[in-house]
Design a protein around this ligand. Structure first.
Ligand code: NAD
Length: 333
């Protein structure tokens, strides 16, 4: 059995970490037919657009993609490729497991939480405009449909992963309409899952509690913007952005990608930590039902991470991206 997968290397450190994940996947005992397509800055140079039609066609055909980060210009320029892909394929659930690994220098030892970020609306709808020269307006969209389906996704995930508690994160004390609707929906869906504990937390208090006692949290469900911010915060609790994978899941397609961006400050130096990309590949394997291959990679990765000899610079070492990937492959044998 071999799988047809769309591979988007992306910008900056994207090709380096995606190559590392590809190498590991190619040694896990399963066959892959890679359809390599370009999105982002390189695509602009070649096709005049950051998201060429062949990327969309490829994902439409294969339904599964492994993707590197793509640079998005700040303040001006083209619309985010990531947001556009999530909207085209209605990848409504962004799942980001945040976990401490033994041996990795971090402030905590027992973090094991999953951030479930609503991925289709909120301020990411991109409905914004200038009002004259001196004011600007951005519109926050929250719908019952999207809120109920992300809540249901979070509870189903909790049941499947044998989790105990879902925390709904909001700012409904201030945004009484939008976030008020969001928590009404999560509250309603919670009633269908009496075996899972349910609680609500205002996003500012949540930020403080995550920094103080992250081990108390299990599955967190939240609107798009809070999910974006809290997942980077949570990454900081377990060793940094190089450690946290992600999946964008819809009814018909899924894109797996690390939480981190294209990191232009370290691009092209073969020094990025590929753990997040490798773990994103592991999430992809679980999604397609290849659990034993996923476990094989996870076990090898754990051995490498526990060995102080293999530390990329962000974890205090000088192991190269490619050396790290090779070490994971060696430990899969
Ligand atoms: P970033 O995540 O690229 O980098 C933040 C910091 O973390 C940098 O210091 C970087 O060196 C470090 N870092 C990130 N990944 C790392 C890794 N694997 N190993 C070691 N260190 C790592 O965030 P940024 O600098 O704010 O964004 C850069 C670009 O990436 C922007 O254009 C942004 O829009 C884009 N971005 C894309 C995605 C995506 O495609 N999914 C996600 C986030 C940001």
């Amino acid at each position: 059995m071999s799988y047809n997968i769309t591979l988007i290397p992306g910008d900056g450190i994207g090709p380096e970490v995606i190559n590392a994940a590809k190498l590991v996947l190619e040694n896990c005992g399963i066959g892959f037919n890679w359809d390599v397509v370009e999105a982002g800055e390189n695509a602009i140079k070649k096709y005049g657009t950051p998201l060429p039609q062949n990327v969309i066609d490829s994902i439409n055909k294969n339904k599964i993609a492994l993707k590197g980060p793509v640079t998005t210009p700040i303040g001006t320029g083209f619309k985010s490729v990531n947001v556009t892909l999530r909207q085209i394929f209605d990848l409504y659930a962004n799942v980001r497991p945040v976990k401490t690994f033994k041996g990795i220098p971090s402030r905590f030892e027992d973090v094991d939480l999953i951030i479930v970020r609503e991925n289709s609306e909120d301020l990411y709808k991109g409905i914004e405009h200038m009002i004259g020269d001196d004011a600007a307006e951005s519109i926050k969209i929250i719908t019952r449909k999207a809120s109920e389906r992300i809540a249901d996704f979070a509870f189903k995930l909790s049941v499947n992963e044998k989790r105990k508690k879902v925390t709904s994160v909001h700012k409904a004390n201030i945004m009484k309409c939008t976030d008020g609707l969001f928590i009404n929906c999560t509250r309603k869906i919670a009633q269908n899952y009496p075996e899972i504990e349910y609680e609500e937390m205002i996003v500012d208090a949540m930020s403080m509690k995550l920094v103080l006692s992250p081990e108390k949290y299990d599955v967190l469900v939240m609107p798009n913007l809070y999910g974006d911010i809290l997942s980077d915060l949570a990454a900081g609790l377990v060793g940094g952005l190089g450690m946290v994978p992600g999946a964008n899941i819809g009814l018909d397609a899924a894109i797996f990608e690390p939480v981190h961006g294209s990191a232009p400050d370290i691009a092209g130096k073969n020094k990025a930590n590929p753990t997040a990309a490798i773990l994103s590949a592991v999430m992809m394997l679980k999604y397609i039902g290849e659990f034993s291959a996923a476990t094989k990679i996870e076990n090898a990765l754990r051995i490498v991470l526990e060995n102080a000899k293999y530390r990329t610079f962000d974890l205090g070492g000088n192991t190269k991206t490619s050396e790290f990937a090779q070490a994971v492959v060696e430990n899969m044998k």
